[in-house]
Design a protein around this ligand. Structure first.
Ligand SMILES: [Zn+2]
Length: 321
């Protein structure tokens, strides 16, 4: 037998005799494709560490059957919980494209001009929003929004507030104003509330992708809303704003989350809804009512917008609005 034929023959024999474990790279269940953590790690140039993928600067940690995951300790939410099998975890391909790529591969986020920003102070007029003692959500959101406006204007952006005073606006009017002005970004500012007064911290919401469940439920809604046109940008923006807010305020991280809030459904440009803190937490609301802390929140939001603009500025793909 010529040597060229012997080598493949020996290899075939070895494959038959030796126990060969072939790690599956993907599984398909309920019509969804899941990729092994090892495959996901390769995509980002990261090592597979069992339940994490990591490189020198970043560590992304997942838990079996849990939608929450962390990137360098900051909380995010997957559309679908990772599945366990073959001694590893599997992540849905939708999460790779819509939850991980916008953060771990920022150069793939479509670019667009970031000049005119609409800031939406939540509630107003008869709608006071959340209420605790003398603190009213509608007052806090307006005060914080005005500070974000000042900072962004000083940084060279054009800014429009959906309301400057204590007036009532419907949610549709807020989204419609941003659309009519052809704004580049939409930021809705809110204050949270909970039954449990010890709950505190910052949450940043991006629109839930079509076909995925929101953070607080398991309902899969297939409808493609106007806000879904910017799924990748929405999450990239939420990520930047959330990280800078945590950094500037030292506030508690409650995560970058997903919701189909009406304003997020109806906007036609990238946007987020920010819950700055809990009115129901006595210490946090006292802090949020001070000019000093409002400035920290505003700086976090404005710095996040600026970081987003820089991150996407030279990207090849262009956002089609
Ligand atoms: Zn609110």
């Amino acid at each position: 037998m010529p040597i060229k034929k012997i080598i493949p023959a020996v290899l075939c024999l070895a494959a038959l005799i030796l126990p060969v474990t072939v790690e599956s790279k993907k599984i398909v269940t309920k019509g969804r494709t899941y990729l092994s953590l090892n495959e996901v790690g390769i995509r980002y140039g990261m090592r597979d560490m069992g339940t994490s993928i990591a490189d020198r600067k970043r560590r992304v940690t997942f838990r079996k059957d849990k939608r929450q995951f962390t990137i360098n300790g900051v909380k995010y939410i997957l559309n679908f919980a990772p599945l366990a099998g073959d001694g590893t975890l599997f992540l849905s391909s939708m999460d790779v494209y819509k939850a991980l790529d916008p953060i771990l591969r920022p150069w793939t986020v479509p670019s667009h001009p970031v000049r005119h920003i609409v800031i939406d102070p939540g509630h107003g007029g008869k709608d006071v929003g959340a209420l605790r003692g003398r603190y009213r959500e509608k007052d806090l959101t307006l005060s914080i929004a005005k500070r974000v406006r000042s900072r962004l204007i000083r940084a060279g952006y054009r800014v429009t507030l959906t309301r400057h005073t204590d007036i009532a606006l419907t949610l549709s009017q807020r989204a419609a104003l941003a659309k009519a002005l052809k704004a580049d970004l939409f930021l809705s500012i809110h204050i949270n509330a909970a039954e449990n007064s010890s709950v505190c911290g910052i949450e940043t919401f991006a629109m839930t992708p079509a076909g995925a469940p929101s953070s607080t439920n398991t309902k899969l809604e297939k409808t493609f809303h106007p806000g879904n046109r910017c799924d990748i940008n929405n999450l990239a923006l939420a990520n930047m704003i959330h990280r800078y807010m945590l950094g500037r305020t030292g506030g508690t991280d409650r995560g970058v989350k997903r919701a189909r809030f009406q304003v997020l459904r109806e906007i036609t440009m990238p946007g987020v809804l920010i819950e700055c803190g809990f009115i129901s937490n006595p210490a946090e609301v006292r802090r949020m009512a001070t000019a000093e802390y409002q400035e920290k929140l505003a700086k976090g939001i404005a710095d996040g917008v600026h970081a987003y603009r820089l991150a996407i500025r030279n990207n090849k793909g262009v956002l089609k609005k």
